[in-house]
Design a protein around this ligand. Structure first.
Ligand SMILES: [Zn+2]
Length: 163
């Protein structure tokens, strides 16, 4: 990967009520950047990579939910493709901080977000709706969460203990 740590990078921010703003250098377009072995990196990319635990692949990018280019708060960043348009970004932004990788991050950091808590009852309802033929997207909309999160739950990766 690289030799930055998430803590190191997040320490170099000014935290507002909403965003964590990068205090280091910025590109002319306003994205935060950091240097490693003389190469310049986008900080929001590095932070997303550290959060998901792998490098971004070709065609993948780190998108902002908050529209603040030098914000690197992990839950304001999400993995997207270059095909994502602005409408998508807006929809995603409204739709949430509930991606599995963020749940992992949150647990590790001891941060919590009430809206991100699914109850066992909700998980059971999700499974019932799916059995009735609802699409993952429809279920995600119903629960104000992301399709990724619904898929994660329905495919048994999350909430395994709920029968
Ligand atoms: Zn932000």
């Amino acid at each position: 990967m690289n030799t930055f740590t998430l803590d190191e990078l997040l320490a170099r921010t000014r935290r507002t009520k909403t965003c964590w703003l990068w205090l280091g250098n910025r590109t002319t377009k306003g994205y935060g950047r950091c240097k490693l072995r003389k190469k310049s990196h986008y900080v929001h990319r590095v932070v997303l990579e550290l959060t998901i635990g792998r490098r971004l692949r070709r065609g993948e990018q780190s998108n902002h939910r908050c529209d603040v280019r030098h914000c690197i708060r992990p839950d304001h960043l999400y993995l997207g493709s270059q095909k994502d348009n602005i409408a998508d970004a807006i929809r995603q932004g409204r739709m949430s901080v509930q991606q599995p990788w963020f749940n992992q991050f949150r647990r590790k950091q001891g941060v919590d977000h009430p809206r991100a808590q699914l109850t066992e009852a909700k998980v059971r309802t999700m499974r019932r709706l799916r059995a009735r033929g609802w699409t993952q997207q429809a279920i995600a909309d119903r629960f104000d969460t992301s399709q990724v999160n619904v898929s994660w739950i329905l495919n048994g990766h999350g909430w395994r203990h709920v029968k």
